[in-house]
Design a protein. Structure first.
Length: 317
């Protein structure tokens, strides 16, 4: 991470103030202080941006402390797990950013060229060795391998795109999302139909979700649309934009589904809401929350990142 300066401190202060302000302003339109999960959703947007840009440690500390500060301004139900959930909302983006940035460096054209040149140098030594021993067949095989490496080097040197980074970003993110999808669908299969019925029976327009297959379909649709967007934008976004988008999609989805059981447990302790019922209710709106977070965070980071650092690239600064 680069040395801290007044600019970075100012941006963190602004985002913390925004996070707290979202909660306070929100209470003017609805009694969100009575529903901690909604309060965390509003406060979590700037926290995720802080975590993504400034790293997991800063993200967790700011997220945890922001929930405590907002409680001072808007006293309501407090339980430490709500603070932990908001801390996770700041930590996960930083961890995902660090992970993708680490592998992007490994799959950069420059790094691959270094490895290919080292391999070529090693094969060149073996070629000379086999030639000196008059092992014609082995020497010819090594020469073919050297020719293949030369072609790869020429392609990479003339390439204007970071093909390996883009492919890694696409395939790794899709694999993570599919893994989440498998875990969620496995969880849904053990939920009794009557529990889903009880959750949505008095929800008016949402009563159609009491059908287990429709409910599962909506949850699946949220992740599938994220996967489709990754495939669609791969060749339509600028490289740096797409690499950022990949990481944002992954941490938004991860944060949403990891925090659901944490918040549901806290709701059960403070609001006396059944854990399963609270989880199902949160899952029902996860599709909307994922895309709302995704759009807001992507464009916010696109604006904020160049203001903080000249290097507008994936990874925290």
């Amino acid at each position: 991470m680069n040395k801290w300066d007044s600019k970075r401190i100012a941006f963190i202060s602004i985002l913390i103030a925004m996070s707290i302000s979202f909660v306070i302003i929100g209470t003017r339109f609805a009694a969100i202080s009575s529903f901690p999960s909604i309060k965390l959703s509003l406060a979590g947007l700037p926290i995720k941006i802080i975590g993504y840009i400034f790293g997991p440690v800063i993200g967790f500390v700011i997220g945890f402390s922001t929930d405590v500060i907002s409680f001072v301004f808007m006293p309501a139900f407090y339980y430490p797990l709500y603070s932990v959930a908001l801390g996770i909302s700041g930590m996960l983006p930083g961890l995902v950013s660090f992970g993708f940035n680490y592998f992007y460096k490994i799959y950069s054209n420059e790094n691959i060229l270094k490895k290919l040149n080292i391999k070529k140098l090693f094969l060149s030594y073996k070629f000379q060795l086999e030639t000196s021993k008059n092992n014609v067949n082995r020497a010819n095989n090594i020469e073919k391998k050297m020719s293949t490496i030369d072609n790869k080097i020429n392609q990479l040197e003339n390439s204007k795109t970071q093909k390996y980074q883009l492919n890694f970003g696409l395939y790794s993110s899709i694999s993570i999302l599919f893994l989440i999808l498998i875990i969620l669908t496995s969880f849904f299969t053990i939920i009794p139909q009557n529990v889903i019925n009880e959750t949505f029976e008095d929800k008016g327009i949402l009563r159609f979700m009491s059908n287990k297959f429709i409910f599962i379909g909506i949850i699946v649709l949220g992740i599938i649309t994220c996967i489709c967007s990754l495939i669609f934008f791969k060749n339509r976004m600028k490289e740096e934009g797409f690499l950022n988008y990949v990481a944002i999609v992954v941490f938004v989805v991860l944060t949403e589904y990891i925090n659901i059981p944490i918040i549901a447990f806290a709701d059960a302790k403070t609001l006396k809401i059944d854990f399963i019922t609270s989880s199902i209710a949160s899952l029902a709106t996860s599709f909307i929350k994922i895309w709302f977070n995704l759009v807001i965070i992507f464009f916010s980071i696109k604006i904020v990142m160049p203001l903080i650092t000249k290097k507008a690239f994936n990874g925290y600064v």
